[in-house]
Design a protein around this ligand. Structure first.
Ligand SMILES: [Zn+2]
Length: 499
């Protein structure tokens, strides 16, 4: 009986916003070692999708470590050193034992104090351990920043093709199939063409189902499905991750056909470039949004993309709540905010108590000032839930529902992803019962809000993840870059990576 090929499996995922003043730490990461990683089996994650394929094709996964963190500020230097040490130790323990291939599940938008390309570092270290001949295949979020250093280490990749992201598992599965091909047919010679585009993009046109970005991604997907490319994708980077190689980029990988890979990558980049103007946020001022909301009979959404925790913001913005209060808005408001002190005070006081406290402004005091409120504690919870689509666990720490006048606010102790309704449902609240719902995410899946709301206002307020990109203050990414600079020129040129 022949032995199954052994595939080293690892995961390290975080997306950071350089404009969040609070650095993230080792404690932000949820870490699973070895067989603990099997909890992702059957779940809609990259690892879940890859493990299913490894089962199907008869590969033996050698599970090393999974480290996943929600989006947050730059990872601190001690946080990175400890995380990197633990990840590399777990991988090194298995890397010598007859490994046929490596699958690494990544996001691509990590950043650490002192190491602005953590994924590149990890891949370079893994390459040293496994040697030049073992194929390394990664999966990436389309918001990741795929760097030169990463490209020099990998043999294959798969990139998300949907935004809002729903294809986590299928992306992992695509990466696993690339790896299967490389492990079982040594004649395959991956040839990856990369065209970088000096642009940062944001806004509704990035929604792949409906936006112009989606029609380009479908071209990339077609190249994969038809077999023209082993992998193809259009990465837009996370515009809040201010690192040297932040940009948009087209990636096309073929089997030993550099001309084809380059031609397709250049073509897609050429198609992308004139659309950069459309792929920007379109905003309402807060005053205008409130005034219009009053005149709309049905429910409205106030999208606070600037405080999108899933993109790395703090979650402690109270600017919309303040604006509504100042404007004397009287219809029923539902909102969320991160404020550990307020949550603790509510837990101390108990359900039914009236508390005087401040909300927000505790993490990003340069942008937000604490808002004094007198509120009733309506409900207390442990802040645990599961994401609606991915079913991954959420932990907001001690959580409280506070109410005053026409306002209901869910107060969390910890910053966590708020791109669906999970934390509303988990705290006994249905957004449909309200007239104005604040959503701290640039986009949500259609059925969650837009299917039943009368209007979705993209409110232009400050925050660490504002879609008003020139307001953020990038200092590290290569310049010039649209829309931070005027008159940016672009002549698409492909660089080919082949190991
Ligand atoms: Zn993403």
């Amino acid at each position: 009986m022949s032995k199954k090929p052994r595939i080293l499996v690892a995961e390290c995922m975080q997306e950071i916003s350089s404009f969040n003043p609070l650095q993230s730490e080792y404690a932000n990461f949820h870490i699973e070692h070895g067989a603990q990683m099997l909890v992702q089996k059957g779940i809609n994650t990259g690892l879940g999708g890859a493990l299913a394929v490894f089962d199907e094709v008869g590969f033996e996964p050698v599970l090393t470590i999974s480290a996943r963190a929600g989006s947050a500020g730059l990872l601190s230097r001690p946080g990175w050193n400890r995380l990197m040490g633990e990840v590399m130790e777990a991988i090194a323990a298995e890397a010598g034992s007859g490994i046929a291939g490596v699958y690494f599940s990544m996001h691509g938008a990590m950043g650490a104090d002192g190491e602005l390309d953590p994924e590149g570092y990890l891949l370079a270290e893994i390459r040293k351990l496994v040697g030049p001949d073992v194929p390394i295949v990664i999966s990436l979020d389309l918001h990741g920043i795929l760097t030169e250093r990463m490209l020099r280490q990998i043999d294959g990749l798969a990139i998300y093709h949907t935004y809002p992201h729903v294809d986590f598992a299928s992306t992992g599965a695509r990466a696993a199939r690339v790896l299967h091909r490389l492990v079982t047919d040594k004649r395959v010679k991956p040839t990856i063409a990369r065209v970088t585009i000096p642009a940062l993009v944001r806004g509704d046109e990035l929604i792949t189902k409906t936006g112009c970005y989606g029609s380009l991604v479908r071209e990339a997907r077609r190249l994969e499905l038809e077999g023209t490319a082993m992998s193809a994708g259009i990465m837009i980077g996370n515009p809040f991750t201010d690192v040297p190689e932040l940009c948009c980029q087209v990636i096309v990988a073929t089997d030993n056909d550099a001309d084809l890979a380059q031609a397709e990558a250049v073509r897609l980049a050429q198609e992308f470039w004139p659309l950069r103007h459309r792929m920007q946020g379109k905003f309402s001022s807060l005053e205008r949004a409130i005034a219009q909301a009053r005149s709309i009979p049905g429910p409205v959404i106030f999208t606070d993309a600037a405080d999108a925790t899933s993109s790395g913001a703090t979650g402690d913005s109270n600017l919309i709540l303040r604006g509504l209060q100042q404007a004397g808005y009287t219809k029923k408001v539902l909102a969320q905010i991160v404020d550990a002190d307020a949550a603790a005070a509510a837990h101390q006081a108990g359900v039914g108590a009236t508390v005087q406290l401040t909300l927000g402004g505790g993490i990003d005091p340069a942008r937000f000032t604490p808002m004094p409120v007198t509120a009733r504690v309506q409900l207390l919870s442990d802040g645990r839930a599961r994401l609606e689509t991915m079913k991954i666990g959420l932990d907001a720490g001690p959580t409280a529902v506070l109410t005053w006048d026409n306002v209901t606010v869910v107060v969390f102790s910890k910053t966590l992803s708020l791109f669906d309704r999970a934390m509303y449902f988990a705290n006994g609240l249905d957004p449909r019962d309200f007239d104005l719902i604040v959503v701290k995410s640039p986009h949500t899946e259609h059925h969650m809000y837009e299917a039943w709301a009368d209007c979705n206002f993209n409110v232009d307020v400050p925050g660490a993840t504002s879609a008003n990109l020139p307001t953020l203050g990038h200092t590290i990414c290569a310049r010039p870059i649209y829309p931070l600079d005027a008159d940016v020129a672009f002549a698409p040129r492909a660089t080919v990576y082949s190991r």
